[in-house]
Ligand binder design. Structure first.
Ligand code: AHR
Length: 343
């Protein structure tokens, strides 16, 4: 009898442990903070690897910091659903440690492919090595990760951020005849777009001695921070001298526009505003005369990402880099383009 009780106890402990492990597993699918709900494709057919097996993709997204990011997440979620691919979606809330945790969880769940949009460029090599050791291919989306070995990822699909910064600088040089006292709102420190957009813009400044960045700080790609930092810029001793603002994304520019108005100045006139992304609200701000120019950065890369996923699953080799085509829009084109904006 005592032996039976012991066996029963052991069995229930084992069952409890099993439930706890399964519970942990399903929680880790939804870890990564708010919005990290796993999304599944609607059909059991399609999304196959050719062998009839349904594809499962783990997507480690940066966060939900901007309108651009929201559009990017939606493009990827919609495309997965359209193709019947199971998508495990993780939102890292702009925290690298959350993203690394998400990638490890995808490895543990043995997904077929991991798509990673790295928050910052450095520090991902160890976890990419873990994915490689587990035989799970990784596709880099939107932002680059600095790695010493290119075999750690299959392809990088994203914009040319240096060119975007260059385009913003060239537009401003033309608008101001090469003379501008500039405040700069940088993106997230250490992120690919913040580094490269600064670099491309600086190339133009190097050719125009009359254009100077007099203050520069991060606004972390958010509207709230953009406003906060611009308020501080305007209140600083040299604040009155600023006649141009370069923001690494539209959300920060839109926040800064509010700060400029609250300081009693006219954005778009007293301070020329140029930014990057091309989101709907930026076009509206151009129509309203408050923003002067936005350089397009296209977030709608879901179809390109899943074309790559399907090729990788079939064992095809991809080019290491796939660029996204983009344009530049100023106030003169804003009203005509506004109805066409999809993000
Ligand atoms: O990596 C792309 C950038 O990240 C977008 O320009 C910005 O809006 C986003 O947060």
């Amino acid at each position: 009898m005592a032996k039976n009780t012991a066996v029963f106890r052991a069995a229930s402990i084992a069952l409890t442990l099993l439930v706890a492990v399964v519970g942990c597993d399903s929680r880790s699918e939804t870890t990564g903070g708010t919005g990290s709900t796993p999304t599944s494709g609607p059909s059991a057919e399609g999304g196959g690897s050719g062998s009839g097996k349904k594809i499962t993709v783990g997507f480690a997204q940066v966060g939900a910091e901007s309108a651009w990011r929201t559009a990017n997440s939606k493009s990827i979620q919609d495309e997965a659903a359209k193709r019947g691919i199971t998508l495990k979606f993780s939102d890292a809330r702009q925290k690298q440690e959350e993203q690394i945790k998400a990638v490890r969880s995808f490895i543990a769940q043995k997904v077929d492919v991991i798509v990673l949009a790295p928050v910052v460029t450095t520090g991902f090599e160890p976890v990419l090595k873990e994915a490689k050791a587990a035989g799970i291919p990784v596709i880099l989306s939107d932002r680059r990760a600095a790695v010493s070995d290119e075999s750690l990822y299959q392809t990088f699909i994203g914009s040319d951020f240096i060119e975007e910064g260059r385009r913003a600088g060239e537009w401003l040089a033309k608008k101001t005849n090469g003379k501008a006292v500039i405040a700069e709102l940088q993106g997230t420190p250490g992120s690919d777009p913040a580094i490269e957009r600064k670099k491309g813009f600086q190339e133009v400044l190097d050719k125009n001695a009359g254009m100077k960045i007099v203050m520069s700080q991060t606004g972390d790609f958010t509207r709230a921070k953009g406003k906060e930092v611009m308020e501080a810029f305007l209140k600083s001793p040299d604040g009155a001298k600023i006649n141009a603002l370069y923001a690494h994304n539209d959300d920060m520019a839109l926040g800064a526009i509010q700060a400029i108005e609250e300081a009693g100045k006219k954005p778009g006139t007293d301070i020329i505003v140029v930014s990057i992304d091309g989101v709907h609200d930026a076009f509206q701000a151009m129509v309203d005369g408050k923003l002067n120019c936005t350089v397009e950065c296209n977030p709608l890369i879901g179809p390109q990402i899943f074309d790559a996923v399907e090729k990788v699953v079939k064992g095809e080799t991809l080019p290491k880099r796939t660029k996204v085509e983009e344009g530049v829009f100023d106030q003169s084109q804003a009203a005509a383009e506004l109805p066409n904006r999809k993000y």
